[in-house]
Design a protein around this ligand. Structure first.
Ligand SMILES: [Mn+2]
Length: 301
């Protein structure tokens, strides 16, 4: 279904300043086109690579930081990885949330088998109302009902991605349910609502949980009810149970840009430099999966 010219999409990627003058019907066509692509994807994306030098780039939270996103796209265009996975949280907090979301969606339409977007905890109405994206959207289009088209994208986003059956990528962390991957496997994104209804806690915790060094088991997380910190033992248990080697997640901002946890088996990245949700300046990072290894990279702006 071709509701939008490729030239319009290239244009908005290369000249994001044009995004604020786009009419809603153009945006609506972009959203409908993306929705059609996403509906056919699986809630657990699975990729296998035969070529040893094929790379996957994994990108963390963007949060409306257009400068960082543009730098990431430059690096991607230069190095040409096979696949790029955004771990969610494209909007909220930063000054150019709408631009960042439209750029990521344009990349998805232009290169649907190269760019993938997972759902973060900010890809929901409640959080967008609290952290700014809903207000940003309403101030542009002056119509609450139009936001339902944004929500219809959120509700068909994949939840996690598995590379070569051993590197798991997701937004927040492991849930208490060790069987969650089996429950998501083979399920289409268009059936999200039905799958969510029977696996609400597991999917919610994938988007919200945080690792904590020195902790045993799960403990309550200050982020909110039902959200957990997970320790070394339950992490190892989940990884062994699912035959996984590495976990790459985002969701937390560290001044140094990225952080390894749990004997270098969990890599936490964050791709918005000097993030507005943090009181101290922070570097941005991304990750490369290459030759079955995970390599963190600092983003030099
Ligand atoms: Mn997050």
């Amino acid at each position: 279904m071709n509701l939008i010219e490729n030239s319009v999409l290239y244009d908005l990627i290369n000249q994001p300043q044009k995004i604020s003058s786009l009419k809603f019907d153009v945006i609506s066509n972009i959203l409908k086109t993306v929705k059609n692509i996403l509906e056919q994807e699986n809630l657990l994306l699975e990729f296998s690579f035969k070529e040893i030098n094929e790379e996957v780039y994994v990108i963390g939270d963007i949060h409306g930081n257009l400068a960082t996103l543009k730098r990431i796209i430059e690096i991607i265009n230069h190095n040409n990885p096979k696949i790029v996975i955004f771990l969610g949280d494209i909007v909220d907090r930063g000054p150019k949330q709408f631009e960042c979301l439209l750029i990521v969606l344009a990349l998805k339409i232009l290169y649907p088998l190269k760019y993938y977007l997972l759902r973060g905890n900010h890809e929901t109405l409640e959080i967008n109302k609290y952290y700014g994206f809903f207000q940003d959207f309403i101030s542009r289009f002056d119509d609450h009902s139009k936001f339902s088209e944004i929500l219809s994208i959120y509700n068909v986003l994949p939840i996690c991605a598995l590379i070569n059956r051993e590197v798991l990528c997701l937004h927040g962390g492991i849930p208490e349910d060790n069987d969650i991957l089996k429950k998501l496997q083979g399920q289409k994104c268009k059936n999200f609502r039905e799958i969510y209804n029977s696996n609400e806690q597991g999917i919610y915790q994938i988007m919200w949980n945080d690792p904590k060094s020195g902790l045993e088991g799960f403990s309550d997380n200050f982020r909110g009810p039902g959200i957990k910190f997970f320790g070394d033992d339950v992490f190892e248990n989940f990884m062994r149970y699912n035959n996984l080697k590495y976990l790459i997640r985002a969701h937390e901002c560290f001044p140094e840009g990225y952080r390894w946890f749990f004997n270098n088996r969990l890599l936490s990245i964050f791709s918005s430099a000097n993030y507005l949700g943090s009181y101290t300046p922070n570097s941005a990072s991304y990750a490369i999966i290459r030759n079955k290894e995970v390599v963190p990279k600092l983003l030099r702006l």
